[in-house]
Design a protein around this ligand. Structure first.
Ligand code: FAD
Length: 373
């Protein structure tokens, strides 16, 4: 039996692919029901392609179409077309639809059980609830969450991710329609876009010192620094009592093949690679890792071959995203780059394309059954 730990996009997609290939798969997800997650919820064109291949076209899930990128800093705004069309889609709906599809494909899905410990020496054993499971193969897709016995050797970034939903006024709703807005401020940035249900998703990455401020005080200080954000949030109604928060994300991390990688453990999604959140392609990387792992598992290959290919496919994107992130959050450099982009808005479109999962890698993973990723 193959055990998948984590029912986010990476785990669910891998479970579906393996089940479609005729494997017996069990998936354990610690949440009992759909929840909101800290995520900008920008579903890129690459993510949509992977979802459609799995049998989940995003059109079936609703969502808000996005075709333009607006970069904002202090008084300055620059708008440029995206090199692809995206969709704003809530994770609570997307992740749940993927898990429902897994069940439909014959995956045994267990909800409300957290895996507490993994042991990799002398065969894999997994502690979940009162049980010890001994799968033939383990797919670890627990996202940012570390599990004892299988921790990633990562360095946490100094940024904290925060997110809430807002009901905007009709005028601001209309002004934001079809745009994803990337708002730069001292010590971080925010993403703002519409999702289904007429709500706007505001997701921030802020320095952890800033995140110690109370949410209303933090929002007020960001609005003072950015009149554009003040306008968007004027009379907006915050939909959550407190923002969702996540800390310690190891941006830039990518698991390279190691001699001592356990032969029967594959890491997927954020467990394998973490791209800076402003790129809006973490979901595509999660789904690409799932497609790649499925093909390698079916071929009976060791995890090292999978990690090597994953690094070849997305290592460059992760490096470029890290460089852009550093530039955007460096006090004088960010505004200077923005001034340059104001003169040549086409560079924005080009920069947005630098961090995507490459077409060649996606074409290789077009079908699990007949092509080797
Ligand atoms: C601030 C921010 C904004 C972002 N914005 C975007 C965006 O707009 N677009 C985009 O494409 N990407 C975005 N990302 C990245 C994206 O959210 C992740 O890359 C993606 O969720 C990774 O998917 P995953 O399946 O690996 O992990 P997850 O989605 O985190 O799923 C992991 C699952 O494992 C479960 N789990 C955890 N521990 C256990 C356990 N012990 N036992 C059982 N189950 C467990 C969790 O409950 C969860 O359901 C953003 C990230 C951040 C931090």
């Amino acid at each position: 039996m193959i055990l998948v730990v984590g029912g986010g996009p990476a785990g669910a997609a891998c479970a579906i692919g393996l089940a479609q290939a005729g494997r017996a798969v069990m998936l354990i997800e610690r949440e009992t029901a759909a929840i909101d997650k800290v995520c900008g919820e920008f579903v890129s064109a690459e993510t949509q392609i992977y979802l459609t291949r799995l049998g989940l076209p995003t059109a079936a899930l609703g969502g808000h179409e996005i075709s333009m990128l607006r970069l904002v800093h202090a008084e300055r705004t620059i708008t440029a077309p995206l090199p692809f069309a995206g969709v704003g889609l809530r994770r609570r709906g997307l992740d749940e639809a993927l898990l429902a599809l897994a069940v439909k494909n014959g995956v045994q899905v267990r909800r409300g059980q957290a895996v507490r410990r993994i042991q990799t020496s002398g065969g894999i054993s997994v502690e979940a609830g009162d049980e010890v499971l001994r799968p033939d193969l383990l797919v670890l897709a627990s996202g940012k969450h570390e599990i004892r016995g299988a921790m990633r050797p990562t360095r946490a970034s100094r940024f904290v991710g925060l997110k809430s939903y807002f009901a905007l006024t009709a005028a601001q709703h209309a002004a934001l329609a079809n745009h994803v807005e990337l708002i730069l401020f001292r010590g971080g940035y925010a993403g703002l876009q519409m999702v289904e249900g007429g709500l706007a998703n505001l997701s921030l990455l802020v320095d952890k010192a800033e995140a110690r401020n109370k949410w209303p005080a933090l929002l007020a200080s960001l609005q003072r620094a950015t009149p554009h954000l003040a306008l968007r949030l004027d009379q907006a109604i915050d939909q959550l009592p407190n923002p969702l928060a996540i800390a310690g994300m190891p941006f830039g991390f990518i698991h390279g093949p190691q001699e001592d990688d356990p032969p029967n453990l594959f890491r997927l999604g954020d467990q394998a690679a973490v791209i800076q959140s402003f790129t809006g392609d973490g979901l595509a990387i999660a789904l690409h890792s799932a497609a790649l792992a499925v093909s390698r598992i079916i071929a009976g290959e060791r995890p090292q071959a999978y990690y090597k290919q994953l690094r070849a496919d997305i290592g460059g994107q992760i490096l470029r995203a890290a460089m852009l992130h550093r530039a955007l959050t460096t006090p004088l450099l960010g505004p200077t780059l923005l001034a340059g982009a104001a003169l040549w808005p086409a560079t924005l479109t080009r920069a947005a394309a630098w961090t995507r999962v490459p077409d060649t890698a996606m074409a290789r993973c077009a079908t699990y059954a007949t092509m080797r990723c």
